[in-house]
Design a protein around this ligand. Sequence first.
Ligand code: PEP
Ligand code: MN
Length: 338
Amino acid sequence: MIVVLKQNPDKARVERLMRRFTDMGLQINYSEGENTTILGLMGDTTRVNERDILAYDIVERVQRVTEPFKAVNRKFHPDDTVIEVAGRKIGAGYFHVMAGPCSVESEAQIVEVAESVKKAGASFLRGGAFKPRTSPYSFQGLEAEGLRLLLEAKRQTGLPIVTEIMSEKHLDLFADVDIIQLGARNMQNFMLLKELGRSDKPILLKRGLSATMEEFLMAAEYIFAGGNSNVILCERGIRTFENMIRNNLDISAIPLIKKFSHLPVIVDPSHAAGRRDMVQPLSRAAIAAGADGLIIEAHNNPRCALCDGAQSLDLPQFDAVMEDVKRRAVFEGREMAQ
Ligand code: PEP
Ligand code: MN
């Protein structure tokens, strides 16, 4: 249920109203926008009578919300959320490109890629240290050593880092990571979602391979419910019957998320297709559909990559894609961040 307040409501009266709700055992998501103040009520609202609430003269309107996701619902928070991380803003028109290899392989590799993608205009370095691989015999990532190398690349280039967590047991290792990625395969790992909810790190939440939009937003709701509202959503392609590409980029997810939620959306054209020749066209589509950024795999030597070489751009290819992305993001009214 949402309670929309009249403009500039008297603070003492707002507090009295809020106390009434908390006395009923409800949680309140308080959102003060430019023009409206909204109280999002969470919990069992069946006993709340709309007429009683309308009797408060600070109340403009009362509305029941049918969607099961509340805190991430745009009805609760009409303005776009802007996530601030490492001195950068993400969302509401601030556009970012996160780039780097699928996995960190060596110091020379990650530093070379970081320097190159930074020069091309990327504002975050991505790279996996803990890798969720289908086969237990595939390269599993350098783990803690990979995180150390990412931090070294950050130290040398100044680029903040994005990297995937696979277990809540590793949270301490991620203390200096700027954005923690929760991968597609763990989108419904509820223990991990709860732990990330207790942390104050920005989370890049990737959509599960066959997750509906409601399941995706409910996963984000878990993180909010734990107290962490720094969530960035990532559309990375879903499974379909098509087998010429690895996944199918769900372009409609972008306007749908924008309609139902206030959270920023980043698109991953690399995992969406699994082919480097699709990265540029899918990036263009993502920008046109309203994405707040892209996360792109780039490698200094894709043919020898230990993971996802076929979808990784080499560094000159990444430069070319970035030139195109920058032009199109500006054309679509975004502010390209560095
Ligand atoms: C990745 O970013 O390298 C990755 C494994 O992504 P996803 O979880 O989307 O498959
Ligand atoms: Mn990958």
